[in-house]
Design a protein around this ligand. Structure first.
Ligand code: AVJ
Length: 308
């Protein structure tokens, strides 16, 4: 059975309904996400860009290689990474950029953009779920810098973040580097607003998941009967997005029926925020040494550099 269908049936069939957030990023979802990144309330990209503009040289100064592969997991359109690559190509004698993303369309955008801005850079895009495509890197033997930007680490619920860092560690040799963009804990109001924008773009992004199920799996979700709800728990550091059923209803997907009570919710995304202390300990537990955290001027966001 198709992986998407299987994950949807499992998620909606469990006691507390859930859907994996990685399925937000179809063609349409990736476009909506680009609109999210331009929102006033969604401070994350602005902070990350500020750090890249101010600190790319300092970051590169920590990396002693001459020849390097820069591998980016979940690269997206590469518009932020471009800033880093522009500096990087001046430092290394030989540099290959390997963007990996689940959306082939966004990798096209990525390649065109990076090629136009950093023309001499060799680019080898790899499309697909990086958990499955990472084996394609086995034949490359250069020292590596792995990038995981945009606070995508926040999408792993509970212990899964640690599991992911362990997976990344497994893709690296001793001495390789890993840099992760992380949204830090901050005023809860600021975080809550980032997932409840006034233009309703985040709402569209969330609802597109149901639309995608309708489109690709022949589901019959009535989108007008589900409401976006975004909230933040300052104890756990988790922002949560839900879709809340507005009435008692039954939804059919691939011949299976799912019953929703009025106000029953589907958890669609966890966006976890970290403290520096949490980052250091999670790094340590998964086989990394912290090199340095590079923060923006507000202290909202960190580019955290680790070495294996
Ligand atoms: C791309 C996972 C970092 O969690 O902030 C934005 C996705 N979801 N608005 C995030 C997202 C709703 C985003 N990440």
């Amino acid at each position: 059975m198709d992986r998407f269908l299987q994950d949807v049936l499992t998620g909606l069939g469990s006691e507390f309904k859930t859907l994996p957030s990685k399925y937000f990023y179809d063609e349409k979802g990736s476009k909506i996400f680009q609109r999210i990144m331009a929102l006033d309330e969604y401070y994350l990209p602005g902070c990350e860009v500020e750090i890249l503009n101010e600190s790319s040289d300092l970051i590169l100064a920590e990396i002693p290689f001459d020849t390097i592969d820069i591998v980016e997991l979940g690269s997206g359109d590469g518009s932020k990474t471009m800033i880093f690559l522009k500096q990087a190509i001046r430092k290394f004698n030989s540099l290959t950029y390997i963007p990996m993303d689940i959306s082939p369309g966004i990798l096209e955008v990525n390649k065109d953009l990076i090629h136009s801005q950093v023309p001499k850079l060799e680019i080898i895009p790899i499309a697909g779920d990086y958990l499955l495509t990472s084996s394609q890197l086995e034949k490359r033997d250069k020292p590596r810098l792995l990038l995981f930007m945009g606070s995508n680490i926040g999408n792993f619920p509970g212990d899964k973040a640690k599991g992911f860092m362990g997976f990344v560690n497994g893709m690296m040799k001793r001495g390789d580097y890993f840099m992760m963009g992380v949204d830090l804990r901050k005023n809860p109001h600021v975080i809550r607003a980032a997932y409840n924008d006034k233009d309703g773009v985040t709402r569209l992004f969330n609802l597109n998941l149901l639309e995608r199920i309708n489109r690709e799996l022949g589901g019959d979700f009535d989108l007008s009967e589900f409401e976006h709800f975004g909230t933040y728990n300052p104890v756990t550091g988790e922002a949560m997005s839900y879709l809340v059923s507005q009435k008692k209803q039954i939804v059919q997907i691939a011949g299976r029926l799912f019953q929703f009570d009025r106000y029953e919710a589907i958890l669609t995304e966890v966006s976890r925020k970290f403290s520096i202390k949490e980052l250091n300990s999670i790094g340590k537990e998964t086989g990394f040494a912290t090199v340095r955290h590079f923060l923006d001027s507000k202290g909202y966001f960190s580019l955290s550099l680790f070495r294996k």
